[in-house]
Design a protein around this ligand. Structure first.
Ligand code: HEC
Ligand code: HEC
Length: 398
């Protein structure tokens, strides 16, 4: 490990000095970003995941909640037309994400690559690429910072905080689960009414929330789903083993890849145990053609949240728009933007985050970086699917 750090330190010194000269000539740039860009990345900017999950104070996990949340997650009864479950777009075999560029929710049929709209169709594609639910229990986790699961950043544009708040959003969204039959303000009441008419759910809700007068509620629906999601974790990648002290867990080539990842400046954003700063950055990723309008991201600045780099083997295609099918394509995109190319016509020069444009992405490093990224996979997570759900509808929808 000492060898790696020294190597990183050496290379960073070189890059830092070149970078300083370039910026000294560059005139007025964002001073804060420059300072950040000039800082050296070391292995200490990364980290292993903890082995246990923290619950929010008002939603401690119990086996009853988790069991209920699991059934709800796979039950299409939560969708307007009873055709879409959370698991439709967050499929266990795809790391609780899915295979499409952007998702098909309402009025869709099939799984994986075979998923398509049923004719006739008036429902648009979902706006963005499905994020993975695996390890969202750790969203917001940063080295050396206090961690509050209730305020964990959620979505590509961080518009929700915490898994509990996130859980009700897809039910309200037209193309994800709601459909045309219900209004955004009425669908949650409808779903709660449906659940309270199913005897098995009534029983499971009162077991999960024994102190509540009326346990079948929107709040408890969200709490149960969130409690289940917090059981979906994968914390034992070879990288984690290495960081926990097993220096043989990575090969020499992979250690070099990690070095290249740090020296290149990837960890300026992809840092900490989740390989994310959970902040918004503008990179100018191309839009998907699945939607007519351009996706302008957070605050209409084309900014999106740094995604985790864990389990990428199972989560392609990549980026908020699902535009890149392979990791090599992602890396070539970084090479392009570092070389000054603009790939989204709505994003102007100077808008792209200097932490990305100041990176020194060398073609020769790409395969080594990808080799390192492959040490961040852990396939040993719970992929079990319930045999049936209390509504009697098909598990995971159509
Ligand atoms: C039709 C597809 C679809 C369905 C159904 C769906 N999701 Fe999602 N999910 C997505 C997409 C797409 C995103 C990213 C959306 C965005 O950022 O705007 C997402 C994001 C998330 C995230 C945020 C992950 C992160 O790292 O921020 C969580 C958690 C999640 N979904 C859970 C659920 C739950 C729980 C349900 C059921 C109540 C559900 N999803 C239903 C497609 C879907
Ligand atoms: C300026 C911050 C920043 C830097 C530096 C950066 N990234 Fe990213 N990365 C992001 C953001 C933000 C996204 C999502 C962009 C989007 O979808 O519009 C992303 C997306 C990705 C993805 C896609 C993940 C997924 O699940 O879709 C990969 C892989 C990736 N980055 C790897 C890297 C590598 C390797 C480097 C170094 C060469 C790097 N990144 C440098 C911020 C950064």
């Amino acid at each position: 490990m000492a060898g790696v750090s020294i190597e990183v330190f050496r290379n960073c010194m070189l890059i830092a000095s070149i970078a300083t000269i370039l910026w000294a000539c560059g005139g007025e740039q964002n001073a804060a970003s420059e300072k950040e860009a000039a800082r050296m990345e070391t292995i200490a900017d990364l980290g292993a995941l903890p082995l246990t999950v923290a619950d929010p104070e008002d939603n401690p996990s119990t086996p009853e909640k988790v069991a209920l949340g699991r059934l709800l997650f796979f039950d299409p009864v939560l969708s307007g037309n009873r055709d879409v479950a959370c698991a439709t777009c967050h499929q266990p075999e795809f790391n609780y994400a899915e295979f499409l560029e952007t998702s098909i929710g309402v009025n869709g049929v099939g799984r994986g690559q075979a998923r398509r709209f049923v004719d006739p169709n008036d429902i648009p594609f979902v706006k963005r690429n499905s994020q993975s639910v695996l390890n969202t229990a750790f969203n917001g986790l940063r080295n050396g910072e206090e961690y509050d699961p209730a305020s964990a950043p959620m979505f590509w544009d961080v518009r929700a905080k915490g898994l509990e708040q996130q859980a009700l959003e897809p039910i309200k969204t037209l193309e994800e689960m709601r459909g045309n039959g219900y209004h955004e303000n009425g669908i949650l009441d409808e779903v709660v009414t449906r659940l309270s008419h199913i005897p098995e759910y009534r029983k499971l809700f009162s077991m999960a929330f024994p102190k509540d007068q009326s346990p079948v509620s929107q709040l408890n629906l969200a709490r149960a789903i969130a409690a289940y999601e917090r059981t979906l974790i994968a914390t034992n990648t070879r990288f984690d083993q290495y960081m926990r002290g097993d220096s043989n867990a990575l090969s020499t080539g992979e250690k070099e890849g990690m070095n290249a990842f740090l020296v290149t400046g990837c960890a300026k954003c992809h840092s900490g145990p989740m390989f994310s700063d959970f902040k918004l950055h503008t990179l100018g990723v191309p839009d998907t053609e699945n939607r007519k309008e351009s996706d302008s991201g957070a605050d209409a600045k084309y900014a999106f949240r740094t995604p985790s780099l864990r389990n990428l083997r199972f989560t392609g295609p990549y980026m908020h728009s699902g535009k890149f099918a392979t990791l090599d394509q992602v890396l070539m995109f970084y090479e392009d933007i570092a070389g000054g190319k603009l790939l989204n016509p709505h994003v102007k020069e100077g808008q792209v985050d200097p932490l990305a444009t100041h990176m020194d992405v060398n073609f020769k490093d790409i395969s080594r970086i990808v080799e390192f990224l492959n040490t961040l996979n852990d396939d040993s997570f719970d992929k079990s699917i319930p045999e049936s759900v209390p509504s009697g509808l098909p598990v995971m929808g159509r």
